[in-house]
Design a protein around this ligand. Structure first.
Ligand code: GPW
Length: 825
């Protein structure tokens, strides 16, 4: 540690120093002593003590950033699915050793305190977790950056099962206090909504428009540390919480109506109350638009007024910042910046547009048409009337140019309009982002290609240079180094510790795939990780599984396009083969089929499928004919914390979406990096995983995207597959005839008839190909040593999927910003 650190803020990095700090925190912070301290007291005291070790780096980073004024990245995201903070902070501060030793000397088990942390689940799935991986990599790569989002009081719901059906409970993550946040009420920002606009003549005689808002709320920033991996940098994540301007109306209160007096407060605070639990299916709800504008307005105001120096020349803004839009959720930032420049600062439209076009870039995360956000003109006009005017003007000027480029092609003009006319007049947020953004990127090669060729084809023809790809990645700190300590130890022993920040170096493991002793140790670690999972599931869920069975895992949001049903049909097929006498049970490889999945609360079919998985599980897990060789394990409430134990234990990773539907996937990367083999379609980043690990170490099946397109164009008829394939028929008939529902044929009828008559995601078309691939899995697994060799090669060849690589690609292709050497290490 260099002496430039402020001595007052640097805690002593010794066991004794740690113990003293910890006891001080318990005493002064929690107001208890060791004899009376609860687990939560000890956890909070520990968290604050650990926090101290990052504090001077944080202050130094902020000071340095203020001095250097380098080009920065603001990552705007409605979701940051952070996961637990304690371990990550311990790892970044490199104080694991002294903390473990210090706590042990006090008779405290670090693991007990780890369990006390409620993970901040401020996201739904892949998109929110990607944002969390990206801010980790930005900090580790020393990029000046800030994350902006919403501090939801309730994160993603806690899933429980009642008779196998999903029941949602509120996620009370803040209930016992969060030691990782720093509220700054003094830096609150006012955000306006509603009202109307008026035109007026300015001092130069120009007609202008201005907003006369109807109501407003206050945004209070909460800062979180985002530590780089042992590089001296700690970046900031700033999440906004909504408050009423006045907590209550004293006049009304005095007149005796308490409920009325606090109504405004309740109303305002609803804005950041709860995360919308819809994933990839936006709800056009007013509160959702309020959330989006709320955090974006706070963030832009914060950046312009507080982060930039007071005398900053805003025409230079593109040299100083890029706002990365994480999907369309923050896209309302575009008209907001126009409003700030034109209305509040008196700029000309042209000057404002020139700057705006340079400072935003847009990442699209989907190919599903129903996932593309649109806001009805009616709602937008009511909530943000001035923004709607601005969007109309952007659209008018854009369409005028399109008309010039394509005279006599009014159909194309209509297709490209930011304003859709049917089924109602609405703003297409993806189009707005594409028109205004300097760059548009997809999240895997195939996805970016399909964006250019299909979803945004007119735009890629018009703006050919705007479109680019950045394949997603995951942080190796959390998803290998932290969650798989045993494998990390083996890797470090073999190639040194540089891989943690330079994941491409995993390639150096390749020759060791042919080293029998290395494979033995690798397999032993996998078995140890399974034992950890076995213990966790027994304690957490009362689920019994064997560490000797193959662990076959499908964890991700429940969505028809991801096709959990396909995996379930395979499970049912195995069950049928055994119970019909076709397959002797002693010839079945013992296998645990693990599922983890939340369904959006309003997504009926997804909830049916959850009920069905649990019903099949009940039948299979209790049928004596199976001799416990086949098990279904569906722990409730899959989240980041569970993933950290599950992923390192997996043998087989299920990535079985219909080709052309999964934009990227990131779970697929986590599994490969932890030595699971993938069974998957040619979809999303699976394509790149397979190219890198090689066909011999990946189980490919299913239709390709062009084949899917052809079948759909020709008129897909799922019932023909049912009629032609006896294996498939038997599996579906089991469900239809009530095998898993005590003879009741009605419960799962909607699932069966949907598959037979609609099957939007071609489950039946891919069924046989999937079963064949699973048979190949079974054969390959019989050769345990060969399997381990493939697993080692999966690890060695997956270094590309580090989010550090993704961030470098963003820096080169989109942000044109550079890492800034931190002031100290
Ligand atoms: F629909 N993704 C997600 F594009 O987790 F907005 N939630 C979402 O609402 C959307 C996408 C949206 C996921 C993609 O499904 C996944 O393929 C991708 O790996 C991930 O975003 C990160 O890019």
């Amino acid at each position: 540690m260099s002496e430039s650190l402020d001595p007052i803020t640097v805690p002593d990095r010794t066991v004794e120093g740690f113990v003293q700090e910890f006891l001080r925190e318990l005493h002064f912070g929690q107001g208890v002593d060791m004899s009376r301290a609860s687990t939560n007291d000890k956890y909070l005291a520990l968290a604050r003590t650990v926090r101290h070790h990052l504090m001077s780096r944080w202050m130094q980073t902020l000071r340095h950033q203020g001095q250097v004024q380098a080009k920065s990245v603001a990552y705007l995201s409605a979701e940051f699915l952070l996961g637990r903070q304690l371990d990550n902070a311990l790892l970044a501060a490199d104080i694991d050793g002294i903390v473990t030793e210090g706590l042990t000397s006090l008779g405290i088990d670090l693991d007990d305190l780890r369990q006390a942390e409620q993970e901040p689940g401020l996201g739904n799935g892949g998109l929110g977790r990607l944002a969390a991986c990206f801010i980790d990599s930005l900090a580790t790569l020393s990029v000046p950056s800030i994350g902006y989002g919403i501090r939801y009081e309730y994160g993603i719901f806690r899933q429980t099962f009642v008779d196998g059906w999903q029941v949602e409970q509120p996620d009370t993550w803040l209930e016992l206090g969060s030691p990782w946040e720093f509220p700054h009420p003094e830096a609150a920002v006012k955000v306006n909504f509603g009202g109307s606009t008026e035109t007026y003549i300015d001092d130069d005689g120009n007609a202008r428009s201005r907003w006369l808002p109807g109501w407003s709320v206050i945004g209070v920033p909460y800062n979180y540390m985002v530590p780089g991996y042992r590089n001296g940098r700690v970046n900031t994540l700033r999440l906004w919480s909504a408050r009423a301007e006045k907590s209550f109306d004293l006049q009304i209160f005095n007149s005796g109506d308490y409920a009325d007096a606090v109504r405004a407060q309740t109303f305002a605070e609803n804005i950041s109350k709860v995360l919308y639990p819809e994933d990839s299916t936006p709800q056009g709800k007013e509160l959702r638009l309020q959330q989006q504008y709320f955090f974006v307005a706070c963030s832009l105001a914060d950046f312009l007024d507080n982060v930039l120096p007071g005398d900053f020349d805003l025409t230079k803004l593109p040299d100083r910042i890029v706002f990365q839009l994480n999907d369309t959720h923050p896209v309302i930032a575009i008209p907001e910046l126009m409003r700030l420049l034109v209305d509040d600062r008196g700029w000309s439209w042209e000057d404002a547009w020139a700057v705006t076009q340079q400072v935003f870039a847009y990442t699209c995360h989907t190919l599903l048409p129903e996932a593309l956000e649109v806001w009805s003109v009616d709602l937008l006009g009511r909530l943000l009337p001035r923004h709607l005017e601005i969007i109309y003007r952007i659209n008018d000027e854009f369409l005028a140019q399109v008309r010039k480029a394509y005279p006599d092609d009014e159909l194309r003009v209509r297709r490209m309009s930011i304003i859709a006319e049917f089924p109602e007049r609405a703003v297409r947020m993806a189009f707005l982002a594409t028109v205004a953004g300097a760059k548009v990127n997809g999240v895997a090669e195939l996805h970016s290609q399909l964006l250019r060729d299909k979803v945004l084809n007119d735009f890629s023809a018009y703006f050919p240079d705007k479109f680019t790809n950045v394949t997603n990645g995951v942080t190796p700190r959390r998803f290998v180094r932290m969650s798989n300590p045993a494998l990390s130890g083996l890797i470090t022993e073999a190639i040194g510790e540089g891989w943690v920040t330079d994941l491409g170096r995993l390639r150096e493991l390749e020759p060791l795939a042919d080293d029998a002793e290395f494979r033995r140790r690798f397999a032993e670690i996998k078995r140890g990780n399974k034992t950890r999972l076995v213990d966790l599931l027994a304690a957490r869920d009362g689920i019994e599984i064997s560490p000797d069975a193959m662990l076959d895992v499908m964890v991700k949001r429940l969505h028809e396009y991801k096709r959990q049903m396909l995996k379930l049909l395979h499970v049912i097929t195995l069950y049928d083969r055994v119970t019909s006498g076709e397959l002797p049970i002693d010839q079945v490889t013992p296998r645990t089929f693990a599922f983890g999945a939340k369904a959006a609360p309003g997504y009926k079919m997804a909830k049916q499928i959850i009920g069905l998985i649990n019903a099949v599980g009940r039948t299979i897990n209790t049928d004596p004919a199976l001799e416990r060789r086949l098990r279904v394990a569906f722990p409730a409430n899959y989240n980041v914390t569970l993933a950290e134990t599950l992923v390192p234990a997996a043998d087989l990773s299920e990535q079985i979406s219909l080709a052309g539907k999964e934009a990227s996937g990131t779970g697929n990367m986590k599994f490969a990096l932890n030595g699971a083999l993938t069974i998957g379609t040619d979809d999303g980043a699976n394509v790149e995983i397979r190219q890198l690990v090689g066909d011999d170490h990946f189980f490919l099946f299913g239709l390709t995207e062009p084949e899917v397109a052809d079948i759909v164009d020709a008129g897909y008829r799922p019932s023909t597959y049912y009629a032609a394939n006896p294996t498939l028929r038997r599996a579906l008939d089991h469900i239809a005839h009530g095998t898993f529902s005590g003879g009741d044929q009605r419960v799962f009828e909607p699932v069966v008839s949907n598959l037979l008559h609609e099957d939007r995601f071609l489950v039946l078309a891919d069924f046989q190909s999937y079963i064949d691939a699973q048979d190949r899995v079974e054969k390959a697994y019989a050769d345990q040593d060969g399997w381990t060799r493939s697993a080692v090669l999966n690890v060695a060849r997956s270094g590309f999927f580090s989010s550090d690589r993704s961030i470098k690609d963003y820096l080169d292709r989109i942000w044109h910003a550079e890492p800034v050497a931190p002031p100290f290490v």
